[in-house]
Design a protein around this ligand. Structure first.
Ligand code: ADP
Length: 590
């Protein structure tokens, strides 16, 4: 596309050419007309003058005199003068020999003059062989009788020369005017188009998202108004875009920091937006999802169906969906449509929460309640049964009474232990009791515990190996650490047959202390090793109950170790023994 300046110049120059050409043609025509008229008048006057002169001089008969007079006149007037007799005979001519000239009575100007005193003609002169303008005027004798005609002629080439000159100067004038106008026009249009070009470039930059660009030059008039309007528009766009970008950033920050997954599906059922949490939930990144149809994007089938249903019904949906990829999960899906003013569904916002942990916890809680009831029922049933038997008369036999009371006592002891363990576990799990940290000499604590268990050790004839006496100190809650060691050592004694060996070891490694409880007992089968830290989990129920276990000991140990920022591991070989390793930090920075 040609530039505005070029087009403006073309328009200006075209107008100028047409105007000047029109004016030139008109003026030239006018001048030509005036000139011809003036010339004709002049020739008429000359003819009249010459005829008057001839009339007064009365020397028409003296032809040589007349000829020389005519030639003088013609020279003075720069024209051709011919004196023609009434009969048509040429008496004198300023440019030709009259004796050789043919009869002129048939000349139109002569004929006209004979009738009207005056005659005019423009025609080709055979005498001079060129086109001439003729004006004829009669001359009379003193009585007023027409004696002949004085004819004054001028070559049209003279007039044409003048007209040519006129046109030449007109065309030159036109060119000069055009040149000046073109230069001035170029300057003026540049002056107008330069700011327009600047405004255009700013507008283009704005469309290329360069909102900071402004029209800088000082402009006046309408262009000035346009440039300030553009600058105002740019400033307003800049602030609006800043606001939009800020809102977008806020939105993406909120979306990407959400634990819940968010997917936005557009009218065409393509995914428009997905946050980063989605990758963890669905196994596909935002980039893999955006732009795809939700059915093709690899979303869970159940979720895809919910999306379609939300589009169809236009109502909110909340449902749980089981997912098996990337891992097994229960997802709470919340779908809400967003609609146009006319209520047409334009898209669907899907918010996904992983509720697997909640569901697992709920399951665990109900299992726990079932387990607790089950565990409590056994000693209660036993106590109730033996008490009923005693009441039914068995109490009279002293030996039976003693045996039954002993059973009732043992069962109530067991019940007491169970209730205490449950309460302990619940307190530890709820983290209600804060840790009372102090510096503890681990060897002293281990020694104290083995003294407390001496009766059981002796009863089972267990060889007890204590660690080397080293001043190893760590920061911990004494009662809880005591409980950890008691549970582990007690288990080791319980699950080691008579005559076995239990050894306790303390190893100091950098900032950590490792406590090792090793026995030569029954060991734990591989399949149970992972689960022995679960509540009420027992490898062999009968054996555990025999040893007075509640199935909660290791669950309590695990919680207590974790509350001390430690770790517990087990190593075992079936029939050979087990090693429980507790690793604890020396200092606890809580
Ligand atoms: P319990 O009160 O039954 O001992 P725990 O939670 O302390 O419950 O232990 C869970 C189960 O782990 C026990 O029932 C037992 O089968 C197994 N277990 C624990 N310690 C040992 C060990 N030192 N040797 C063999 N098995 C053990």
């Amino acid at each position: 596309m040609r530039s505005f300046s070029f087009r403006l110049n073309v328009v200006i120059i075209s107008i100028l050419v047409v105007t000047l050409l029109g004016m030139g043609i008109y003026v030239a025509g006018l001048i030509q007309k005036v000139y011809t008229e003036t010339l004709s008048n002049r020739l008429t006057k000359e003819a009249a003058l010459v005829s008057t002169f001839i009339q007064t001089e009365q020397n028409v008969t003296h032809l040589p005199e007349l000829q020389s007079m005519i030639q003088q006149f013609a020279q003075a007037e720069d024209s051709r003068i011919t004196i023609i007799e009434k009969s048509g005979k040429v008496l004198a001519d300023s440019e030709a020999d009259p004796s050789k000239m043919e009869n002129h009575s048939d000349r139109p100007e002569v004929i006209e003059a004979m009738h009207n005193q005056e005659g005019h003609a423009v025609r080709f002169s055979h005498t001079l062989n060129q086109e001439m303008v003729y004006v004829a005027h009669v001359f009379t004798d003193p009585n007023g009788n027409i004696k002949g005609v004085v004819r004054v002629a001028l070559s049209t080439s003279q007039i044409e020369k003048f007209i040519h000159k006129l046109w030449l100067s007109l065309v030159m004038g036109l060119f000069a005017t055009l040149l000046i106008n073109a230069i001035v026009g170029l300057f003026v249009s540049r002056h107008i188009t330069k700011p327009i070009a600047e405004i255009t470039s700013v507008a283009r930059k704005i469309t290329e998202k360069n909102y900071g660009s402004r029209v800088k030059g000082k402009m006046v008039g309408e262009i000035g108004q346009l440039s300030s309007a553009i600058n105002f528009m740019a400033a307003s766009l800049e602030s609006q875009m800043f606001e939009i970008e800020e809102n977008q950033e806020k939105l993406s920050r909120v979306l990407n920091n959400m634990v819940s997954g968010v997917i936005l599906i557009g009218e065409s059922r393509r995914i428009l937006l997905a946050n980063s949490a989605i990758e963890d939930l669905l196994g596909y990144s935002e980039k893999e999802l955006i732009g795809k149809l939700h059915i093709e994007a690899g979303l869970n089938y159940g979720l895809s169906q919910l999306i379609d249903r939300c589009f169809q019904t236009g109502g909110q949906i909340r449902e749980e969906v089981h997912m098996y990829y990337p891992k097994e999960r229960i997802i709470d899906c919340n779908l809400a449509p967003y609609t146009t003013e006319r209520g047409e569904v334009k898209g669907v916002v899907t918010v996904l929460h992983d509720i697997s942990a909640i569901r697992r916890l709920e399951k665990m809680r109900s299992e726990f309640v079932a387990n607790v009831s089950h565990e409590l029922r056994t000693p209660i049933t036993s106590i109730k049964g033996f008490a009923e038997t005693l009441l039914d008369g068995a109490a009279e036999d002293k030996e039976v009474l003693h045996n039954f009371l002993e059973i009732i006592f043992n069962e109530s002891e067991r019940l007491n232990r169970l209730v205490n363990d449950i309460l302990d576990l619940s307190r530890i799990e709820q983290k209600k009791v804060p840790l009372h940290l102090e510096l503890i000499n681990l060897y002293d604590l281990v020694k104290e515990i083995s003294y407390n268990l001496i009766e059981k050790i002796n009863r089972k004839n267990i060889e007890m190996e204590l660690p080397e006496e080293l001043p190893i100190v760590l920061e911990a809650d004494r009662d809880r650490l005591h409980q950890v060691i008691v549970n582990l050592v007690d288990n080791a004694i319980s699950y080691t047959p008579d005559g076995g060996k239990v050894s306790i070891n303390i190893i100091e490694t950098g900032e950590k202390i490792q406590l090792e409880v090793k026995d030569t007992g029954l060991g734990i089968p591989l399949k149970d090793r992972e689960r022995i830290f679960e509540r009420f989990y027992r490898v062999d129920k009968g054996r555990s109950r025999e040893s007075g276990g509640t199935g909660l000991g290791l669950a309590i140990v695990k919680h207590l170790v974790e509350s001390h920022h430690g770790k517990i591991e087990v190593e075992s070989a079936e029939g050979k023994g087990s090693t429980f390793r507790v690793s604890l930090p020396k200092r606890l920075s809580l």
